[in-house]
Design a protein around this ligand. Structure first.
Ligand SMILES: *[C@@H]1O[C@H](CO)[C@@H](O)[C@H](O)[C@H]1NC(C)=O
Ligand SMILES: *[C@@H]1O[C@H](CO)[C@@H](O)[C@H](O)[C@H]1NC(C)=O
Ligand SMILES: *[C@@H]1O[C@H](CO)[C@@H](O)[C@H](O)[C@H]1NC(C)=O
Ligand SMILES: *[C@@H]1O[C@H](CO)[C@@H](O)[C@H](O)[C@H]1NC(C)=O
Ligand SMILES: *[C@@H]1O[C@H](CO)[C@@H](O)[C@H](O)[C@H]1NC(C)=O
Length: 200
């Protein structure tokens, strides 16, 4: 019953698949036994994303319930160093019904769809301040106020990283060139000395 959804996807291209995937799977397996209610909220297999400053990211979240939903309440919260800010919330009256979503922050857009139990949001034009933990929270009144949530971590990286790489390449090539030059000069010197000795 406690199925973990594995269809988490992302807009950003910079996913660290391998390690994070395994870590995410381990976390999902660990948390699995605790999600014993009818409702399961999941941010997918990968519970973290690395995205570039200025890009737009998808914060994925889906829910599933084997007993069905009725007036499912959900929200997204950002944990800014202990203080939780609500990004958006809504009530889904029934399975497949389109919720009317309140959005509380400028760069947040609800992109979910009730047909696919998808309550994902987009976070536009991210900055370094957006880095942190995002909680997807849901409560199904059918379950007498049981709370369910899943956490998704956003890591914001600098666009300059690529430039750093090319800088390293340049430094390595220059160093290589200099070493090569020294070897050539030494070789010429050795040859000159060799011929000078021959002449003598
Ligand atoms: C949820 O919806 C978003 C936007 O339409 C989409 O990109 C994403 O893949 C969906 N996630 C799932 C698990 O269906
Ligand atoms: C992050 O992106 C914004 C908008 O593109 C830019 O103004 C800012 O300088 C960037 N910060 C860094 C540290 O690159
Ligand atoms: C987070 O809060 C703690 C204590 O409240 C503070 O020491 C720390 O500097 C804060 N960190 C950031 C990034 O604001
Ligand atoms: C994101 O940034 C682009 C370019 O700076 C701007 O046109 C757009 O309105 C911004 N979107 C939001 C939701 O702030
Ligand atoms: C569920 O969360 C609400 C706040 O949204 C809180 O008031 C309530 O006590 C929580 N219920 C349980 C069972 O933890």
């Amino acid at each position: 019953m406690a199925s973990v959804d594995s269809t988490g996807s992302s807009v950003s291209r910079r996913l660290r698949s391998g390690d994070l995937l395994h870590a995410g799977l381990a976390v999902a397996l660990l948390l699995g036994p605790w999600s014993v209610g009818g409702l399961v909220v999941s941010t997918g297999r990968v519970s973290s994303i690395e995205a570039m400053n200025g890009s737009t990211v998808l914060l994925p979240c889906t829910y599933s319930s084997c007993i069905g939903i009725k007036n499912l309440y959900f929200n997204w919260q950002f944990n800014d160093n202990g203080t939780k800010y609500k990004l958006c919330d809504a009530v889904i009256p029934d399975d497949g019904e389109v919720p009317w979503v309140h959005v509380y922050q400028d760069r947040v857009e609800f992109v979910g769809s009730s047909e696919s139990n998808n309550i994902s949001i987009l976070l536009w034009n991210i900055t370094f301040e957006d880095e942190g933990e995002y909680t997807c929270f849901a409560r199904n009144p059918k379950e007498k106020g049981h709370n369910h949530s899943a956490i998704f971590t956003l890591i914001v990286v600098d666009q300059m990283k690529e430039v750093d790489n090319t800088l390293t390449v340049i430094i390595v090539s220059v160093l290589g060139g200099v070493i090569g030059l020294v070897i050539i000069v030494m070789g010429i010197k050795a040859l000159v000395i060799h011929f000078q000795l021959k002449d003598d």
